[in-house]
Design a protein around this ligand. Structure first.
Ligand SMILES: [Zn+2]
Ligand SMILES: [Zn+2]
Ligand SMILES: [Zn+2]
Length: 160
């Protein structure tokens, strides 16, 4: 039996959010980066679930819940900062962002995206990125970034 990932199980998600923010704080201190209040809040919003969140959703929550009218460019810049520092990944097929659960080391994003509930599970298989780099090299292509997005049905939607 495959193990059901946390994202597919009922769990106390506040733990996920708390540890993601704590890791982000630690990472920024180590690397001398400034995790401003807005950057931290945007990261918290991206982490509000295990489903990728679009920039417009983030903007909407910021103005509804925080009553702060954040200008879209400010939010985009905050997202860029989070992307550059591997705290979030961008899911191109959904035009949305998802929190990274292991930002402490460089890696390429590989995601299993459920077409039903939109939960995105991050895989971390160096062999996949290595295979892509090797295949690209065979055709003289130098890989800079790669995000692998795999669409299907997650464990909880399959059993529903
Ligand atoms: Zn969670
Ligand atoms: Zn990641
Ligand atoms: Zn699902």
């Amino acid at each position: 039996m495959p193990t059901t990932p946390l994202a597919n199980r009922p769990h106390d998600h506040s733990h996920c959010v708390h540890s993601a923010l704590a890791e982000a704080d630690a990472l920024c201190v180590r690397q001398g980066l400034r995790l401003t209040a807005l950057r931290r809040r945007v990261l918290e919003l991206v982490w509000q679930s295990h489903k990728p969140l679009g920039a417009y959703d983030i903007l909407a929550v910021l103005s509804e819940q925080d009553g702060r009218r954040a200008a879209p460019p400010t939010v985009y810049r905050a997202l860029d900062f989070l992307l550059e520092n591997s705290l979030v990944h961008r899911i191109a097929s959904l035009n949305a962002f998802i929190g990274c659960s292991h930002p402490e080391h460089a890696h390429q994003g590989q995601f299993l995206i459920c077409r039903e509930c939109h939960v995105a599970l991050e895989l971390e298989q160096a062999s996949i990125s290595d295979a892509i780099v090797a295949s690209a090299k065979n055709v003289g292509f130098s890989v800079e970034t790669q995000t692998v997005e795999v669409v299907g049905l997650c464990a909880s939607c399959r059993s529903a």
